[in-house]
Ligand binder design. Structure first.
Ligand code: COA
Length: 186
């Protein structure tokens, strides 16, 4: 499907990722990252306890098109990975994955979402800023392949009513801007 079809409306399913998704996840992982995770690292997370390793899969028309992963512990969710198949990028799906994960963390009683991204990653920078994740510090020379810095960003106070209202507003804005038919099974 050409990337230019930005107004296309897809049948989207959000569900928990399982070990059966490993191969398709790794295909997207290799397309999206210059230093992809090893398959056995991904496997360990997919096989981990579901209350600690939250991995969501996004299907478009029945095929895996993206995923997000987070480690959850003591009220804090650390987003470890996020990727959308290049042929489905710029259609709101990355935003949908992050918003769905945030809602899940709220439902679990979580308080913080944290993550890091490469300082040069403009797509990540804008996506997370749009969703209210605030850059809080730099980790110098964090990425081993290039020595690039990481930007650490976070959202706190997830149980505060204002924060939940913000997430709900972001989700409503998303639904207004995108025509995809979304089913959520998590
Ligand atoms: C980052 C990524 C997940 C975004 O997914 P996506 O589905 O293309 O993003 P969306 O269509 O939901 O975009 C949401 C917002 O993110 C920002 N954004 C996304 N891609 C962008 C790009 N290439 N350039 C600038 N801003 C971008 C925009 O603010 C966009 O909002 P808008 O459409 O109103 O302008 C995707 O580009 C990707 O998989 N990249 C490779 C892997 C990666 O970098 N993962 C993040 C690591 S922390």
């Amino acid at each position: 499907m050409p990337q230019s079809e930005q107004s296309a409306a897809y049948s989207v399913l959000l569900r928990y990722a399982t070990i059966a998704d490993l191969s398709n996840i790794m295909t997207i992982e290799y397309q999206c990252f210059s230093s992809p995770w090893r398959a056995d690292t991904m496997r360990a997370d997919l096989e981990g306890p579901k209350d600690r390793k939250i991995y969501l899969a996004l299907e478009v028309n029945g095929e895996l098109a993206g995923y997000i992963g987070a480690h959850y512990y003591a009220g804090e969710a650390h987003i470890t990975t996020l990727a959308v198949d290049p042929q489905y990028q710029r259609m709101g799906l990355g935003e949908l994955l992050v918003l769905t994960l945030m809602s899940k963390v709220v439902a679990l009683g979580g308080i913080y979402v944290t993550l890091e991204y490469r300082a040069s990653n403009r797509a990540a920078e804008r996506l997370y800023a749009k969703l209210g994740l605030v850059p809080v510090r730099i980790r110098k020379n964090y990425y081993q392949d290039t020595g690039e810095d990481a930007v650490v960003a976070e959202m706190s106070g997830l149980q505060e009513p204002e924060c939940q209202a913000t997430i709900e507003q972001l989700a409503a804005d998303w639904r207004r801007r995108h025509q995809h038919d979304v089913r959520v099974r998590i």
